[in-house]
Every structure is written in C-alpha cells, then in structure tokens.
Design a binder for this molecule. Structure first.
Ligand code: FE2
Length: 614
C-alpha cells in the first residue's frame, strides 16, 4: 500500500504545498503562482489542488497532512516577548493579538476546516505539525545527495529558533543546537534591508546586489556595537537598537543615530553611496559569520558534507564565499530554502523521523529534487488549445527547428520567453519559466531591465551555463544547478576597466564592459551561476549547446519569466499575457514558437503597472 504525505506551509509568507508518495518527492508549488499575488500567504488551496491532482490522489486517501511549523510554540514566543518587554511591546501586542487569536492560534481548526472543503469526513488525527527549523533542516538533508551531513538552517525566526545545527545520518536527523529569538542573522539582515528602504522579506536580494558598489565601512560598528560574535560563530544581538520584538518596525531611533542617518524613504530618496556602504557592511558581516559558524561546525563534527536551508541560505554571495573557503568537500542547498520549502521539508520529516522509513539515495551526487522542476506542466495539445483560445498566432516546430530558431533569435539580440516542462519550485527560474537573452550583448542588461522587466536595476542578470563549460568561464569548481552560488568570471574572460571607473557612480559602474559576457558580470566581476545539466533539463541543455555552436559562448542570460512585482508565470496564458505586455520579441511554449510582430496588435496590454513594487 502506498503512503502519501501532504505538506503545507501557510499564513506567514510564500504559502505552498508539497506531496510525498512512498518517500518520493512528487510535486510542490507555491500558491503565488496560481493566485498571481506575490508571496501569497493565504491557505494554499490552489497549490494543494495541483499536488493532489498531479499525484492522482484524493485528500481522503492521503495518510498524513503536515503543517510546516507549530503554531502554539510560535504563539508562546510572541506572548513571552510581549510580556518581557512590556510596556514597550504593548502597542504591537494590541495590534497582533486579535489577528493571532482569530487566525493563528486556532490554526489546527482552520486547517481542518479548510481540508474539510476537500473531504468533509477528513480525519483530524491525520494532521501533524513539524517544527519550523526541523522542516527547513529536513528539506535540506533528506533531499540532498548525502548519506551524512551537517545541516545549518538560518532565517528570520520560526517558533523560537533562528539558527539551528543538525546532524543527518541515513534516515536520522537530529537538531544539536539552536540560537533563539530575538538573536537572528535573518532579522539582522532584514533590519538593514528595511534601513536601506527596501521591503523586508523580499528586498534582501536587492541589498545583496547593492553590496558590491560599496565598501564595508560600517562593519566595525556592526561587530562592536550591534552584535556580539563569538569565535564559534554563535552571536547575540543588542536589542537596544532593534524594534522587531516590541514594535512594528525593524529598527528604532538608536539604530538610526548609530549610523548617523534616518531610514531611506524609498519613494522620496535615491540610493546613495551611504546605502551601498551599509549594504557592503552587513553583507560582509553575514559572510564572516556564516564562515565562522561552518568552520567551527566542521571542527566539531568532522563531517565533510554541508547542507543549508532557511532564508539566509538564499544569500548566494555568502554561499559562494563558504564554497571558496573549501571547508567542506560538498555543499548542497535546498533550492526552496525559504518558507515555501518548509512544506516539502515537513513531509520528509514525517516520512523519515516520524515513520522511521529508510532513505534511498539515488547516486553519490544526485539529489532527489528533480532539478526543482516540481510544479505544473502542460502537454503540447493543451498548450496549442490554450494559445488558440486567447488568440495567439504561433507555428509548431519540431524540437531541432525550435532549438535552432530560438538560438538564432537569441544570438541576434532578441529577448525570448522560454516556457517548457514543469514549473520550478523555489524563488528562481531555472530554465522552464525563464526569459533568456544573449549575455555578450552589452545593451541586453539595460534593455531587459527597462523594457522587459520594467525595473531600473543595479543588479546584473544571472547566467545559465552548460555544466561542462563552467570551469572555463567561472572560478567555480562545483556544480550550481539552483543558482545558489556566486563566483567570479575567469581572469581570461575579464576586461579590465580600472581607469574608466574612477569618475563613475552607482549603476553607471555597471555600464562598463567588464568581461566577454558583460550582461551577467557584476561590478565586482561576480556572477550568480546556474549550471545546466543534461539529465535534469535536456531541452534547455540542447538550446545552450546550439547557442554555443552559433556564437562560441555556452552561456545565456536567465531571468525569471515575469515583470517587476509579478510572480513567475505558471500557465501558457500567464506567459502570453506577460509577452504581450512587455518588449519580449519571441515566446517559446512547448513546441510553439511565437513572434511578437505576428501577434494581433489588439491583444497588446498595458502591463507595466499591474503589479506592485517589490
Ligand atoms: Fe523559515
């Protein structure tokens, strides 16, 4: 008899659902992709429908439903924090508590009520709760290719833990130590994200992208005043400067006084050198802390494999630095490292920890994520029907012609939407719901940002590269299938710009041609790399091969298929709508090839302001 476990993450941000059948990861998706509301935190009805349908099972036949965290422990943490900081925390208490009492404290009942809409006899005994960081740790270890590993999870906060260390061996995973709220590397980074005028929980990438423009001038202040960092990487944050446990904002006026300026008002104030130096300082501090932690863990546990998860593990610059230090032989990071991945981790925790089922590891270096292609897919017949229904004009090509035509268009500087197979699980597009471009083309960076993504970005785009060619172009010795490691462009591919840079400021620096692939090279010569593998994404691999054959360059720009503020496209209709609303030249969906100039001009939409700023 098969055993099916449904995992749910919800009510905070990035709700999602995942399904595990006999220990095998079958499907997972974020709710935002269906509702088109970025970071949607509502109960993931659509994602649950999708995973159940994909696994061809009714909820009544599911053996366990597991929620990714324990609401009661979280409530206890909030309550204790308010009591401890009373009366300072009273204001937030009064605002938060009615919401908690109504929606969160009774999550088991809400879960049950919602699950009963699928199956009115759903047995409440089937509902289990995993702990937040156990869910993260399980998503990192049980999905990894390692038989044994040290697992480090770090995020804002779960119930109480903000950082945990676990040891995994076979089907066993045990948390060994924890750092508790309010001391949190994730919240510290978010506090600086907020201070620089970006949105918490989504603007952290921007801060990371801004860091290479600055110098870490303020790192000493962070080290000496804000945080007490021990040699083993454990840390304590000075709450005199933060407001997240007592107020509704991340920082207080002491923090602003410490750095000598008020928080940047994003609508009114431009990003200045000061903000870039702030970004560089917290980024450098985060890297140093992460390296200290993992170095001390290696010394303590003497295990060669490291797994990472939790929001901090999405800091791919820090990940790249850890890799470069060569502290571990192998590092594997869960691609859905944020809370969406908690749904998946919770199912794996039930299967291995709760049910004590053995673990089957595919082969030495292959994980069980299916390239993170775990979302919905559409067959060719369905795609053609959907495209016809919305009035699209397209031709259907065989695979060879499709690849050739797309590769030629890309080499001519055309921006192309590329929609194939199953949607990615996690924040990155990995070649199935991607916008592609030619990285050699210097104008591409600007054009894609302004005309396709509608954003004025100081971030360059990320490259996809044929796995076999990675070592020739980048200083990266290991694979990076999930775009979670940053490494430098190889010396031979660089173009030196020393003298020209002197009088340039901020984004102007990005306009200098620094390498043979300028559109994916950051101002510090780094790039956020995706290695593309034949066994997980054959058609994308072939496209890269063809592009290389035409141009000599085995790299494409790969950015997520969406515009600013929009979730990544899920359906062919989403893709077509986005294509008709921006300056993409070409759209490929399955075997269908669409040119912008052939479309009915009446279908062109003003898309620019449909989504809120990040
Ligand atoms: Fe988390």
């Amino acid at each position: 008899m098969t055993n099916t476990i449904l995992g749910i993450s919800a009510f905070y941000h990035d709700s999602s659902a995942a399904i595990l059948v006999d220990g095998k990861i079958i499907a997972a998706a974020q709710e935002e992709r269906f509702t088109r509301i970025k970071h949607d935190y509502n109960f993931p009805f659509n994602a649950i429908n999708f995973v159940l349908e994909f696994a061809q099972i009714n909820l009544s036949k599911v053996d366990h439903v597991v929620f990714y965290e324990k609401p009661f422990l979280k409530f206890e943490r909030l309550l204790e924090t308010y009591v401890a900081s009373s009366p300072r925390g009273f204001k937030q208490f009064m605002i938060s508590m009615p919401i908690w009492l109504k929606d969160k404290l009774f999550q088991k009942k809400i879960l049950l009520d919602n699950l009963k809409t699928y199956d009115k006899n759903f047995d409440k005994e089937k509902i289990l709760f995993s702990e937040h960081h156990m869910s993260h740790a399980a998503s990192a270890f049980f999905a990894s290719p390692f038989n044994d590993a040290i697992i480090l999870t770090a995020d804002g906060v779960g119930e109480w833990a903000t950082t945990t260390v676990a040891i995994g061996n076979g089907n066993k995973l045990n948390i060994q130590k924890e750092i508790h709220y309010p001391h949190s590397l994730g919240l510290l980074y978010s506090a600086f994200t907020y201070y620089a005028g970006f949105r918490v929980n989504s603007g952290e990438y921007k801060l990371m992208g801004l860091a290479p423009y600055g110098t870490p001038k303020y790192k000493e202040i962070i080290e000496n005043i804000l945080v007490n960092l021990n040699e083993d990487g454990s840390f304590w944050t000075n709450q005199k400067y933060f407001n997240y446990s007592t107020g509704l904002e991340m920082i207080n006026s002491n923090f602003e006084k410490l750095f000598g300026r008020k928080r940047r008002a994003p609508e009114k104030e431009k990003i200045e050198q000061f903000h870039m130096d702030i970004a560089a300082s917290i980024q450098s501090f985060t890297e140093e802390t992460m390296i200290k932690i993992v170095r001390s863990l290696k010394n303590e546990f003497k295990i060669d494999n490291l797994c990472l998860a939790g929001g901090v593990a999405l800091n791919c610059v820090a990940n790249g630095k850890i890799l470069k230090e060569k502290i571990f032989n192998n590092i594997w990071i869960q691609p859905a490292a944020g809370d969406a991945g908690g749904a998946l981790g919770a199912t794996l925790a039930v299967w291995h920890n709760h049910l004590a089922k053995p673990r089957v590891i595919d082969s030495k270096l292959k994980d069980s994520m299916n390239g993170s292609y775990l979302g919905p897919e559409f067959n060719q017949e369905d795609i053609e029907k959907r495209l016809k229904d919305i009035g699209a004009t397209f031709e259907v090509l065989n695979e060879d012609s499709l690849i050739e035509k797309t590769a030629i268009a890309l080499s001519e500087g055309k921006a192309s939407g590329w929609f194939q197979g199953r949607m990615e699980f996690g924040p990155r597009a990995l070649g199935n719901r991607s916008i592609l471009g030619d990285p050699r083309n210097h104008e591409m960076q600007k054009n894609l940002n302004l005309k396709v993504k509608f954003r004025e970005s100081f971030r360059p785009f990320a490259p996809s590269i044929l796995k076999e060619d990675c070592g020739e172009w980048f200083d990266l010795e290991s694979i990076s299938p999930y775009m979670l490691f940053v490494a430098n462009v190889k010396k031979e591919k660089k173009i030196t710009v020393k003298n020209e840079e002197k009088n340039l400021f901020g984004i102007e620096k990005l306009n200098l041609i620094r390498s043979l692939v300028p559109a994916i090279t950051h101002v510090d010569y780094s790039a956020r790399i995706q290695t593309v593998h034949e066994d997980t994404n054959k058609i994308y691999y072939k496209l890269l091969q063809k592009f290389k054959k035409i141009t000599g360059c085995p790299i494409l720009i790969n950015t997520s298929f969406n515009v600013r503020g929009e979730p990544i496209v899920n359906t062919p209709e989403d893709a077509f709508k986005c294509f008709m609303g921006n300056d993409l030249d070409v759209l490929v969906i399955g075997s269908c090839y669409l040119k912008k100039e052939n479309q009915n001009p009446e279908l062109i939409k003003n898309y620019k302001n449909e989504f809120k700023l990040d």
